[in-house]
Design a protein around this ligand. Structure first.
Ligand code: ADP
Ligand code: MG
Length: 598
């Protein structure tokens, strides 16, 4: 029989370090967060050899009292909470009181600090197996310096897991970037092997903040994203959300902050993904930097030793709020002055080009007949590939009072039966007519669908589905929810459920697969958009069949009517598969193409 002994503190700390300190980057995160908790307006990070040789963090925070220096290094020592109630209201990054204890147990560690009241600082050093603490007065400005050398020198097994200098540095840079995107009021600098990698001045205004984001995520991201700022009674949501045309193949440009803390969160990332569902193509990933703030009592931050995850008290409420807000924002991706797809040109102030023709109201009426009838009935078989417009053909402006500025301008011709060529204030507009028309039709069908309720259909022969016992039990408990989605579900046996009715629109779908997906979605996220997703998919197919086919000759009024419809249709910058529907070449861009100086 083995007897039980209490671990010595050093060993206990080294074990705790296994959870909190995965690699040099984790140390940087913990130390910078401590500096931020100390209200530092400036933090300098110096790294040697990917952090394996040296990590030095200097801050201008309020410092540590001389008598607390040794205490700061012991486990469960913190100035941030005193009672359990404090944990529910937590506003600081730290609260577990174990970072310094862990870090100092696996490295050669030096801590120097000076508070406002003292004319000089004090320092303590820890190295060797047993902590040796020596107090020495030193010259030091108000604030704290921490040096961490030779990480894992006394835990060789862990040292073996360190990767190359470059890999460790990449992780450190990512940590600093992530922190930098939420604490705009702090001047942050990162040096590696004596060279500055990041120098970020304090950013107060929205423009300065956007500049900082551009330094970190790339200028293109900021130029091609929409800014969101919205709130509900108890939450605020803000951030930058990439235009659908700026999607990525990886989820590497997705940053989530909850009350200033960077986290990985499935509820929120799922909500954003769903909001983009309708405008992203295939497996493309949206790019975004998202900030959610809410009452701290609504989130539990104490669910992960490295505090990378949180738990919401009401994840459904959070999901709905994020989903709706981002979805509403994305509806604005239609032709307007602020969101032009694929505009990679840095344009100068645009000359105003004004002698283009304006459409008549009857053209818009004409469009209605165009969309109401099957495409072939009004199609003229005309031989010329390009139809041109004479400016005098349509002379009457749409309204006599105000000159109207249409973002997509007015049609000039149709190219190869595929593209509409138009002219707006800035220059040339090119529209993919099938893609645009498909989106217009799709949005219309969705609106119709959203205003009606789900129409259900009883199955002639009810469908039995075999699933696990837990899933069957879950489905049985969620009967009400299923019926609100148009499914009548009944428990048949321990591992069987029976489907009696389904949404009419889904009569041709693989119901068994769909129901299984619904169950796993509901179990994982407590919410589902699967039904809407499937129905929208069907509406998309319908819209595609209704949309104008290539080689269909359009008249100028018909083309103008499509342009006007695009301007008022949500999401119309992308077709139903997320590809752009139009692009623009300003006179400036054209002049550049022809090397024409102005
Ligand atoms: P926690 O941050 O969870 O409180 P740490 O081990 O990271 O635990 O730090 C212990 C304590 O040391 C903190 O509560 C704080 O009082 C003090 N401390 C650590 N770093 C700094 C710093 N840069 N400036 C001022 N105080 C600090
Ligand atoms: Mg801490």
């Amino acid at each position: 029989m083995q007897r039980i002994t209490l671990l010595n503190p050093q060993l206990a700390n080294q074990i705790a370090a296994g959870e909190v300190i995965e690699r040099p980057a984790s140390i940087v995160k913990e130390l910078v967060e401590n500096s931020l908790d100390a209200a530092a307006a400036r933090v300098d990070i110096e790294i040697e050899k990917g952090g394996t040789e040296l990590i030095r963090i200097r801050d201008e925070g309020y410092g540590i009292h001389k008598d607390d220096l040794a205490l700061a290094l012991s486990r469960h020592a913190t100035s941030k909470i005193l009672a359990l109630d404090d944990l529910e209201q937590i506003a600081s990054f730290g609260f577990r009181g174990e970072a310094l204890a862990s870090i100092s147990s696996i490295s050669r560690f030096r801590l120097a600090s000076r508070t406002q009241e003292n004319s000089h600082g004090w320092q303590i050093e820890v190295h060797g197996r047993e902590p040796e603490i020596s107090h020495t007065p030193i010259a030091h400005p108000v604030g704290t310096t921490i040096e961490v050398r030779d990480i894992f020198y006394n835990t060789p097994a862990r040292r073996k897991f360190l990767k190359s200098e470059q890999t460790e540095l990449n992780h450190i840079q990512e940590v600093v970037r992530r922190i930098a995107m939420s604490v705009f009021s702090v001047n942050l600098n990162l040096k590696h092997n004596q060279k500055y990698l990041l120098q970020l001045p304090i950013a107060n205004s929205l423009i300065e903040k956007a500049d900082r984001i551009a330094k970190i995520c790339g200028r293109e991201f900021i130029d091609q994203s929409l800014r969101l700022e919205t709130e509900s009674s108890d939450m605020q949501l803000s951030g930058w959300f990439g235009l659908p045309t700026f999607s990525r193949s990886q989820s590497d440009l997705q940053y989530i902050y909850i009350n200033g803390r960077m986290v990985r969160d499935k509820v929120i990332s799922h909500a954003v993904k769903q909001a983009y569902h309708d405008v992203l193509f295939g497996g493309r990933q949206p790019a975004y930097v998202l900030y959610l703030s809410c009452d701290p009592t609504l989130v539990d931050v104490n669910v992960h030793p490295a505090k990378n995850e949180v738990r919401f008290r009401d994840s459904r409420m959070i999901f709905d709020f994020v989903f709706r807000s981002v979805q509403r924002l994305l509806k604005e991706t239609k032709p307007t002055s602020h969101a032009i797809p694929q505009s990679t040109y840095i344009s100068e102030p645009e000359p105003v080009y004004s002698n283009y023709t304006k459409p008549q109201q009857n053209q818009i009426d004409l469009y209605k007949t165009l969309t109401a009838e099957p495409p072939t009935s009004t199609a003229k078989v005309s031989t010329p590939i390009i139809t041109t417009a004479t400016p005098t053909a349509i002379p009457t402006p749409i309204s006599s009072s105000e000159p109207v500025n249409y973002p997509l301008g007015f049609a000039l011709a149709q190219l190869k039966g595929i593209y509409i060529l138009a002219q707006n204030e800035k220059g040339l507009v090119l529209v993919d007519m099938h893609a645009a028309h498909e989106r217009i039709g799709y949005e219309k069908l969705k609106k119709q669908f959203d205003t009606q309720n789900i129409i259900t259909q009883n199955l002639l022969i009810p469908l039995t589905i075999s699933i696990s016992e837990t899933d069957a039990e879950f489905a049985d408990q969620q009967k009400e929810l299923f019926s609100s989605l148009g499914f009548n579900v009944e428990r048949m046996g321990p591992e069987n459920i029976l489907i009696r009715s389904i949404p009419l629109l889904l009569k041709d779908a693989d119901i068994s697969l769909l129901v299984k997906d619904l169950i796993s979605d509901l179990k994982e996220h407590h919410v589902t958009n699967k039904i809407q997703e499937h129905i929208y998919e069907l509406l998309g197919t319908m819209a595609c069949h209704q949309a104008l086919r290539a080689n269909r000759q359009l008249t100028i009024p018909e083309m103008n009517a499509i342009l006007r419809q695009m301007e008022v249709t949500d999401h119309s910058n992308q077709c139903n598969h997320g590809r752009p529907t139009w692009t623009e070449l300003s006179l400036y861009d054209l002049d550049k193409l022809f090397l024409r100086g102005r």
